[in-house]
Design a protein around this ligand. Structure first.
Ligand SMILES: Nc1ccn([C@@H]2O[C@H](COP(=O)(O)OP(=O)(O)OP(=O)(O)O)[C@@H](O)[C@H]2O)c(=O)n1
Ligand SMILES: C[C@](O)(CO)[C@H](O)COP(=O)(O)O
Length: 249
């Protein structure tokens, strides 16, 4: 007779790259520490991940000069480990994979999730966990896609591309630990500029990651307006939860 699934068998690790400087945000501190509804952005992301079912632990890659991580409540959780990140996102992820390879089995499933995506939904995480061993959340393109060209200092439409096969990559992106580590190592040696996510390294190594359709609310906080949108969505979500649990004041 088969009983409920063993949570140990389902255990996976999450890597959170959080060593960026947030240049496009243009703030006076890295964007992961900017307040979102009164709490640092990264705190929302980590508190969310700590509630995912079957989680074994989190490795957060932080900048060498980070002064703020230790003050987070999540930093005190024994499941949260930290490593020093690198110059590019892929270097930060690789540093975390190097650390994790000393703790976990080579076949362990790893989900890499940007610190800058605090609003990923639990149902999208469940869909990703149920998908192929190599998979990523992504959003199918919903607008008409234009390819551009420059002419006399202006940006003009070159052509309209068919959108049926266009997806916008999100995170988490999932793969077995050692396979992802090797793919990133090789990708960074061969063409570092094209490794903007885990899937691109895995594609270069000959894999075809599964695209798992995810909500638009899992956007990456990149520009100042994204913070305001995330705050509005969070408030809406909290109000909805209060109504659903009957605790509305
Ligand atoms: N050297 C880097 C660069 C980025 N990241 C992390 O990767 C995630 C996604 O990257 P992005 O949104 O591009 O962040 P930044 O590099 O900080 O932003 P920008 O490109 O605007 O400077 C973020 O959580 C960021 O902290 C990282 O860990 N190490
Ligand atoms: C991994 C990623 O979030 C997928 O969209 C993205 O590639 C990372 O940041 P970028 O610098 O904006 O490409």
């Amino acid at each position: 007779m088969s009983g409920p699934p063993n949570p140990i068998e389902n255990a996976y690790w999450v890597i959170v790259p959080a060593a960026g400087s947030g240049k496009r945000m243009g703030a006076d501190k890295p964007k992961q520490y900017l307040p979102l509804a009164g709490t640092p952005l990264i705190a929302h992301t980590l508190d969310n991940i700590l509630q995912w079912p079957g989680l074994a632990g989190i490795v957060v890659a932080i900048a060498a000069d980070d002064q703020e991580f230790e003050a987070l409540t999540a930093a005190q959780d024994p499941r949260v480990h930290r490593v020093t990140g690198g110059a590019e996102r892929a270097d930060s992820v690789l540093a975390a994979l190097d650390y994790l390879s000393q703790l976990a089995d080579p076949e362990t499933s790893v989900l890499v999730h940007d610190a800058a995506r605090p609003l990923v939904s639990r149902s999208d995480i469940q869909s990703l966990l149920n998908a192929s061993a190599i998979a990523l959340l992504a959003q199918p393109a919903s607008d008409t896609i234009k390819q551009s060209r420059c002419s006399n200092g202006k940006t003009l439409v070159n052509q309209t591309l068919p959108r049926q096969q266009i997806w916008l990559a999100q995170t988490p992106q999932k793969a077995p630990l050692q396979l992802l580590r090797r793919a990133l190592q090789r990708g960074l040696e061969q063409c570092p500029e094209s490794i903007t996510d885990e899937a691109s390294a895995l594609e270069l190594a000959g894999h075809a990651p599964e695209l798992v359709s995810a909500c638009r609310s899992n956007f990456k906080i990149t520009h100042p307006a994204d913070l305001m949108l995330a705050e509005a969505l969070l408030q809406h979500r909290q109000a909805l939860e209060q109504i659903q649990s009957g605790t509305e004041s």
